[in-house]
Design a protein around this ligand. Structure first.
Ligand code: ADE
Length: 243
């Protein structure tokens, strides 16, 4: 079954962009997922086809109009009622791997891309739209964020990653960063691959990887340790810790 993605944007030419290459591109060609862009400007009603206006209360920039966006959103919600409607905005909840898993296991996704200073807040009150952020920095619009979210979802669709399985060992799947990787040559610029990885002892290798994942997470992402507890302790029930 095809996983349908619909993107509402003022810049439809930005899609599929990088998602037309590599894994996602092959999956798109193979019909594992589909991509439709909806041009927000097609839903403007005045002769200038305007989609934005000056901010109430004053200030810099322009705000996306609720009435125009609602027409575009309603069109997509009518045609794709089973796909959740997200809006990419730095004011959204942070995107997580758990959200990505849930979306890719679902019946597709629709994504509204914000531009300018933002979206008239009344749209979020009046329509079932989930605001999502990809991180604490400001992009020039939601399109790159939508591409990022789609890439993360598409690679998890059945048949996309093939032999790489479903990435269950990867960073964040266990609540930790992943362990570090090495490949040949065995010695590069005087640096050896850790001996344990060449020992063939799978239990020892697993233990080493687990310890490195915990150590690197503590050093680089203390916020994750805070959220998930000390990685060396057994996880609370319900948490994903297969190893
Ligand atoms: N639009 C602008 N910045 C963004 C961000 N960090 N996440 C999602 N959408 C955005």
């Amino acid at each position: 079954m095809t996983w349908p993605a619909t993107v509402l944007t003022l810049y439809p030419e930005m899609f599929p962009g990088p998602l037309g290459s590599s894994l996602a591109g092959r999956a798109l060609e193979g019909g594992i997922w589909s991509l439709e862009t909806v041009h927000i400007r097609d839903f403007a009603t005045d002769k200038h086809r305007s989609v934005d206006d000056t901010p109430a209360g004053g200030g810099a920039g322009m705000v996306m109009r609720a009435d125009v966006l609602a027409s575009a959103v309603d069109d997509v919600l009518t045609r794709r009622p089973e796909a959740p409607m997200l809006a990419m905005t730095p004011r959204g909840a942070p995107l997580t791997q758990a959200m990505v898993r849930e979306l890719s296991a679902g019946l597709g996704v629709s994504i509204l891309c914000g531009r300018f200073e933002g979206i008239d807040e009344r749209l979020f009150e009046a329509r079932p739209i989930v605001p999502v952020s990809i991180g604490d920095y400001i992009l020039s619009g939601g399109e790159m964020a939508a591409l990022t979210l789609l890439d993360a979802c598409v690679r998890l669709l059945p048949g996309v990653m093939g032999a790489a399985l479903s990435g269950e060992d990867e960073s964040f799947e266990t609540g930790l960063l992943e362990y570090p990787h090495y490949t040949r040559p065995v010695i590069w610029e005087g640096r050896r691959i850790p001996e344990v990885l060449r020992s063939g002892d799978h239990a020892k290798i697993a233990a080493w990887r687990k310890a490195r994942a915990a150590e690197d997470t503590r050093l680089r992402r203390p916020d994750l340790v805070e959220r998930h507890g000390d990685a060396r302790r057994p996880p609370p029930s319900g948490a994903r810790h297969e190893d």
